[in-house]
Design a protein around this ligand. Structure first.
Ligand SMILES: [Mg+2]
Length: 244
């Protein structure tokens, strides 16, 4: 990793893909407590214009949640790790999903019922088992989620920070990037992807495979060619783009 170097400047052939938490906003103690920096909406709007619309947020959050934090942003929003997408504000499933999600939620609660430190987060297309309250439960969680995945074909597992998520096969931030790159305004451009979490690594790998650039935000191993210390450094760099 060329940690000390800044990424190449964006140009009119770039497509910009940005994770939200830990990338555009600092991680907060609770997901609903994040604060959108004052200059962020205007900066994203300026880049959206300069790139002819080729700007997408790619997040594990629901799209509706992203829209709450950035209500006026015209950029594409891919949420729930690519399972849903909003183009022009209207939220749609990104691809056909045929899962009994209520049964998945019930099975996850059942697996965790004797472990009171675990938190089960129900998602519209899957479930997350969090072990932040007791990191010693990592092995238990990995094993329980493997069992859950085996019981529900058409799903896959995604490790995250102090959590394991079960989500539809075909989802993931890499799937979202690939689907977006197939159509205008993204098609034919060079992807630039910034992310901070394990869930961003497959999308970074995909961006690099397409001749693009991956930027890891914060600490930790990464496939990315570039690294920035946190959302503030990324914002400074983004703000410096297309200034002539
Ligand atoms: Mg993140």
């Amino acid at each position: 990793m060329r940690g000390a170097m800044l990424p190449p400047d964006l140009n009119e052939k770039s497509a910009l893909f940005l994770d939200f938490d830990g990338v555009l906003v600092e991680i907060a103690a609770r997901p609903d407590a994040v604060e959108v920096p004052a200059g962020l909406p205007a900066m994203l709007a300026r880049l959206h214009g300069a790139l002819n619309g080729a700007v997408a947020l790619i997040s594990g959050r629901h799209v509706a949640d992203l829209q709450k934090f950035l209500p006026d942003l015209q950029a594409v929003m891919a949420g729930s790790h690519g399972a849903e997408i909003a183009l022009g504000g209207e939220i749609q499933p990104a691809f056909r999903i045929d899962l009994n999600v209520a049964a998945i939620h019930a099975a996850a609660h059942d697996l965790a019922k004797d472990q009171h430190a675990l938190l089960i987060e129900e998602k519209p297309h899957g479930v997350v088992m969090h072990y932040r309250a007791d990191p010693g439960l990592e092995d238990f969680v990995r094993s329980a989620m493997s069992d859950l995945q085996a019981r529900f074909p058409g799903t896959k597992l995604q490790p995250a920070k102090m959590a394991v998520e079960l989500l539809p096969e075909g989802s993931g931030k890499d799937g979202a990037l690939s689907r977006l790159m197939a159509d205008p305004p993204f098609a034919g451009r060079v992807p630039v992807y910034a992310g901070d979490d394990l869930t961003d690594e497959p999308a970074m790998t995909e961006a690099i495979a397409r001749g693009g650039v991956a930027i890891k935000i914060g600490e930790g191993d990464s496939v990315a060619q570039y690294r920035m210390s946190g959302p503030k450094q990324l914002a400074l760099w983004l703000d410096s783009q297309f200034r002539g």
